[in-house]
Write a protein that binds this ligand. Structure first.
Ligand code: FMN
Length: 167
């Protein structure tokens, strides 16, 4: 494990998001930092998801997901949705269902709703492309939370290698 390499990778600037998946009784959401826009036409977002997350199955089944942008002061939500789904993470939160049924958080500063467009394996994760079908700015003046400001919340230092592979 390498705290030095973890600190290096935290200099790649990311926001902090809650990805909502599923519908009906089968809903869940998890914290993600590896999210980006990848196209204007069509409007596409990409995210990287660990295929062992319980959210992954729901994302594949529903073929949709939401991206909820967290505000600067909502480290509590990043920690809450960073837990595993052994607890019902949405029960204590205020949310509405999007067109596809996926949860949209009322405490986000903005959200996007996406339909699953494509998926590629990416090492120990899957790279998922979503077509943006709706979106809303809930708090236009709010600053987004930065991944770097989440410190060791995701425990990533334990997952980085001790050194780089040079060949
Ligand atoms: C700040 C932060 C960023 C994270 N970024 C990602 C990410 O980009 N992709 C991912 O698959 N997991 C990410 N995680 C880990 C998941 O949120 C975590 O494993 C969660 O328990 C998965 O939930 P689930 O099993 O209910 O789907 C992140 C966690 C934190 C705290």
């Amino acid at each position: 494990m390498s705290a030095t390499i973890a600190a290096l990778f935290q200099r790649l600037t990311h926001g902090v998001y809650v990805i909502g998946v599923g519908e009906g009784e089968q809903r869940n959401a998890f914290t993600a930092a590896w999210v980006m826009q990848v196209s204007f036409a069509p409007l596409l977002l990409a995210l990287s998801i660990n295929t062992r997350h319980s959210s992954y199955r729901l994302l594949k089944e529903q073929r949709a997901f939401s991206v909820n942008v967290l505000g600067k002061d909502r480290l509590d939500l990043a920690a809450h949705f960073g837990q595993s789904a052994t607890v019902d993470k949405l029960r204590s939160q205020s949310w509405t269902a999007g067109h596809t049924g996926v949860p949209l958080l009322r405490d986000a500063i903005a959200w996007f709703e996406c339909t699953l467009e494509d998926e590629r394996p990416a090492g120990d994760h899957a790279l998922v492309l979503g077509k943006v079908i709706d979106g809303k700015l809930l708090d236009p003046g709010a600053e987004p939370l930065a991944y770097r400001d989440t410190g060791a919340l995701d425990g990533a230092a334990a997952l980085f290698p001790d050194s780089f592979e040079t060949s």
